[in-house]
Design a protein around this ligand. Sequence first.
Ligand SMILES: [Zn+2]
Length: 190
Amino acid sequence: MPSPAEPDPRPLTGEPLAVDLLNTRWIDAAGRHDLLDSLEGTALWLNTPPVREALGGISVPAGHDTRERLHQARAALDEAVADPAHPSPAAVTAVNDVLAHGRLRQVLRPDGPGTVAEVDAPAWLPAWAATADFLRLLADRPDRIRACGNPQCVLHFYDVSKNGTRRWCSMSGCGNRAKAQRHYARRHQV
Ligand SMILES: [Zn+2]
């Protein structure tokens, strides 16, 4: 099992939990990668700061069950992210199937009101939390949940820029490539 200090190999991190789950897959010069292909990769993802924070310090075993449920949640988010503001009936069903495995219970704490996530089994917690996070983004700015503008790229992002004009997973990656391609096209125009 990797230590928490093991570096995250993904090109894009720091997105909200729902988008971060989608971004467990990426394509680079070496080909396609999927962090959830292995239990080691799953453990690594569960140990990343945004996931740990979302799980509220609860440690979830990175076993087959957890990984399987994460695959299910990611597939549901795949359907939903195709058109976040107008999800297909299949997307609605897939997302609700995951959400049905958990709920938020309201509690009063010494420092004020709070909520506690309750899931059918610990293995559901990361998948349920990521799917619930998608609803939070939908309620906030559904138009800001986007796929990278590079059709060869499978990454997604939540655009928090002021003008909402972000198009690329990263300016240094896909953004730069697009700029170079535009430049090449201009130079080779007849
Ligand atoms: Zn990209």
